[in-house]
Design a protein around this ligand. Sequence first.
Ligand code: ADP
Length: 420
Amino acid sequence: MGGSPDQALDYRLLFESAPGLYLVLSPDLKIVGVSEAYLRATMTQREAILGRGLFEVFPDNPEDPGATGASNLRASLDRVIAQRIPDTMAVQKYDVRRPDSEGGGFEERYWSPRNLPVLGRNHELLHILHCVEDVTDFVRLRDRRAEESRHTVELRRKADRMEHEVFQRAQEVQQTNLMLRAANAELEQFAYVASHDLQSPLRSIRAYCQLLAEQDQGALDATAEEHIRSIEAGAEQMQALISGLLAMSVIGRKEAAATLVDFEALLERVLVQLHGLIQERGAEITHEPLPAVPGHELELNQLLQNLIGNAIKFQPGAAPSVHIGARRDGSFWRFSVTDQGIGIEPGHHKEIFNMFQRLHPAIRFAGSGIGLAICEKVVRHHRGRIWVESAPGRGSTFHFALPAAGDTGLRPTTATDTSA
Ligand code: ADP
């Protein structure tokens, strides 16, 4: 062995092999030593840089007009030279020149540099040790995260804005709904009050007509009697219209709980109500087994009565026949009322459900043109639908579909249901 252990160490080799990125500079900023790691990181060769000026070897990227790496480094080195104390620099963008063999140009790089003075015994500056860490990957990662979080913030802002808009629209829709409901209720109230109040003057017109006709019998001439009959007929028609309007305005007016309406029993009652007409016309009514559906009984009564009444009325021949059917159709029960009557032009299949819409003069078929409008409103109130299949001279089938039990927004009340 022999000698001190130091003598066996090759400090130059050790320095050059150290994993850190080191550059040794002379006080006039010439490169006098460099570690392998530094050479690899800066893509340079030792023999090409030793002895050369630092800024000659590592100039700023001329393609980056905002490059400040070289000037910041110079300022830091000036501080070390002047004050002989270490100087730690902020992270620098200092692009590295690619060797011509690798295509030339500059490669974007970020560094965290520290400059340390190496002082002699008399505190004189011998060297400057320039130590750097390549933090390019870290900076890129940070930038990407910043970019991502900017995107996230932007997206969140956008989402917030959209949420706000959706909320506002929902508020507007709700407001409009309320206004519509109020307007609708007002209109129905108006129709109700108007038709209700119109009845009493009409009753007195009819009563005085009757008085005139009875008391002054013989005192009036034929023309006057004819006029009185016309007034009576007009008043009667008006009474029918007003009754229809009144009936129409009360549908769905008071939201009572729905019950399970047995159509077999309902049909029986309707046939009793139509007894006079059925007898008078000698009508035959047949039906299939009918189900029970959730609904408002009085309204469904009107529906069935109007449809059967029309089916009899619009079969002018002797012994009209009407058939009532029911068939399950998905979550609905589809009912049908079929007659062998005069039928309806396909062009009128929709408009007959409008209020006061009639296809025939009153002399031929009496009526007010409200019956089917009531049917449509009743079915709509039950969240169902109504339509007709018909052709002139081939009879008509009126179909109406009502949600079956368990498939409706209506709340059915049965004997076992005590919630209503
Ligand atoms: P109304 O029976 O009082 O005239 P509706 O609203 O019940 O009023 O019917 C409207 C019109 O639809 C009737 O005037 C008639 O022209 C037509 N219509 C209704 N039911 C039938 C039917 N079963 N057969 C032929 N036409 C019908």
